[in-house]
Design a protein around this ligand. Sequence first.
Ligand code: ZN
Ligand code: MN
Length: 497
Amino acid sequence: MNLIPVIGLETHIELSTNTKMFCGCSARSEGALPNTNVCPICTGHPGTLPVPNAAAIRFSVLLGLALNGTITEHSKFDRKHYFYPDLPKAYQISQFDLPVMRDGELFIDVPSEGTVRIGIERMHLEEDSAKNIHGSDGKTYVDFNRSSIPLCEIVTKPDFRTSAQAKAYVQELRLLVRMLGISSGDMEHGHLRCDVNVSLREVDDTGLPIGPLNPKTEIKNINSFRAIERAVDYEISRQTALWHAGTPPMVTTTRGWNDDTQTTDEQRTKEDSADYRYFPEPDIPPLDLRNLIIDLRDRLPELPRAKRARFIDEYGFKPDAAKQLVDDADLANFAEATISELRADISSKNPQSTADLGKLVSNWILTKLANILSTEGKTVASSRITPERFATLLARIIDGTLTPQKALEVLALMEQEGVSVDDAAKELGAASLTDSSAIDAIVLDVITNHPSEVTRYHAGEEKLFAFLLGQIMKAAKGNANPSQATEALKTALTKKS
Ligand code: ZN
Ligand code: MN
């Protein structure tokens, strides 16, 4: 039996607006005492009137455009009914048939699979529920600080086939909302929450489906990237076993991911959308998004995928390096500033190909600078090393004034003392030996002390040149300009013979 996984994702993104979706209460009350950011509106008192948050609407349109979808010109809110202690009105203000966006897409790069297009079914605005807190006394408490914080819910098409794709999608979505500046996207704080739908479909040998799509299982409560991958893999193997036993899942169910046992547990059979009795929210007039679409389309910032492509093209970074840099806005800005300074710094006498420069810059940022910063407990944002000074350091490596080994010590001191390249180099006595008589003296010394290697070199063992050069660099404690030392050694060896 051939079975393929059919996977779809529903993601809730908490928008980083100042106030809640329909009232003036602060939407940034994390860490505040429970029920201190509440009012009659977000606690669902009868007779109160919700007023939609303009910033939240703006953010949702921005996200819809970034997902390359169709924005609904005349959108509206609907009531979604269900009864639960975290929902004081007994309905959630959400969107049903006219969501902010339909038919979007997100391209993701999946390790060892390449680029995959994920279709986005819809994206709508809604309000968050309150938070139930299960006390150690066996009672459940409700904190309404979270009640009515604005959310964007993004529903994909069932386009995923592997757990790696699902994980890559959520990572790309998080990066996207961060770059748009509309959400922190932090999963650990619940600012990005996802539910995963998994079912299996039987296909023939050519990959064509046999029979109907089976009811799906929805997995809730996934709170890390690793959990997405594990929950999907677990669910695929659980359902595969059911299929092989001749008992494939026949009803739609909801299961919760259990991080302790690394399994999913059945929670309930799922409501149909008819059970929610959706109807238009009568207290909020329909939204006219036409002006926002025009306004925001021109202001869309550079998106992650475009930025990675530009970093590879324009700066010569390798795809992996471009990904690492673009994943962190501070690192990306630092890299761009460094490259532009460096291009101005290095003269035409040291021409560098884009690829060479890209390799040097990404290597020094992602490994060497990153190591120093982590040792010092710093980030690139709190670092004392500016892109200008960093570029100067790299220029000194390119022109041979500093050996890479010395440059590393100089860089560490620049961070520790907040000094310039020259001041750090002076303090370390790392001024490069460019005085030719000093280098000549060391060369002579090395030749005199290694008579047999010199004889063997002249007899044709050319690889001994590298050995002799190594001895010179060692004697100069890494301060000799490598190309100057090479020339000096060549000259000295020619004289000898
Ligand atoms: Zn309120
Ligand atoms: Mn929702």
